[in-house]
Design a protein around this ligand. Structure first.
Ligand code: C5P
Length: 236
């Protein structure tokens, strides 16, 4: 995948972090043609959201399934084969070598791309140590990014602050998908390492994931339009 060839309007991914499919469908209708790419995560997937993937694909939209898979290789492979049939564009897995290898092999021949989550952004060095790791966050992110690249993973999920250094490690063939985006003047919420859309694009983010700034806006469509304009301007 050539990040430079991604259509500017496809670079905004709106996270459908909503409690019911009906609420997600209402939001999709309100956003209309302002948004071409949606993310479905735990909250919506486990309340019946997965059939929405096919409906969105039929409507010409792209879907990112954010289920962060991790299990024995055979189980990951069978799960990825099933998910590939839903018609999604991206699926996340945790960046463990067995998991990434199984996912990449199982998605072959489908339109599904695999994104690896290197180290969850809520983890710091002490959390990794408590979980039994001897590496700190930056060393583990770098090691896992290199492993992901060698295994043929299509992209990485990272904070916009990590994007520049990750592009140095993996080059520009893997796409970098960055949450933690906040348009100027919107609330950070629980996100700690945030950037505006323009700065995230300038830092090397290829796709920007935005949830609450759009979902909680009085006028979600206006916010999405403004983010799209900011992305287009940042791309020059
Ligand atoms: O509402 P907000 O814009 O913070 O939503 C960001 C989305 O990106 C959420 O769906 C969140 O789960 C996801 N995400 C994240 N940080 C990561 C990986 C995913 O915020 N490291």
């Amino acid at each position: 995948m050539q990040p430079s060839k991604i259509a500017p309007r496809d670079r905004l991914i709106v996270a459908l972090d909503l409690p019911e499919v009906a609420a997600a469908e209402a939001m999709i209708a309100r956003l209309g043609d302002a948004v071409t790419f949606y993310k479905i995560g735990y909250q919506l997937a486990y309340t019946g959201g997965l059939p929405l993937v096919g409906r969105l694909a039929d409507a010409g939209k792209k879907v990112f399934i954010d289920l962060k898979l991790h299990d024995i290789g055979n189980t990951v492979a069978r799960g990825v084969e099933s998910i590939a049939k839903l018609g999604a564009t991206f699926l996340t897995v945790h960046a463990y070598p067995q998991t990434m290898k199984a996912a990449v092999e199982a998605r072959a021949g489908s339109g599904l791309k695999i994104l690896a989550v290197t180290v969850l952004t809520s983890y710091d060095d002490a959390d990794l140590h408590a979980a039994g790791y001897r590496f700190g966050v930056s060393d583990l992110v770098e090691a896992r990014a290199q492993q992901a690249q060698v295994l043929g993973v299509d992209g990485l999920v990272c904070s916009p602050q990590e994007a520049a250094s990750l592009h140095k490690i993996v080059g520009h063939q893997m796409v970098l998908v960055t949450p933690g985006i906040r348009p100027a003047g919107t609330a950070a919420g629980d996100q700690k390492r945030i950037m505006t859309p323009a700065r995230a694009i300038a830092a090397g983010g290829d796709y920007l994931v935005v949830g609450r700034p759009v979902l909680e806006a009085a006028d979600p469509r206006a916010v999405a339009d403004a983010i799209q304009a900011e992305i287009a301007q940042a791309l020059g």
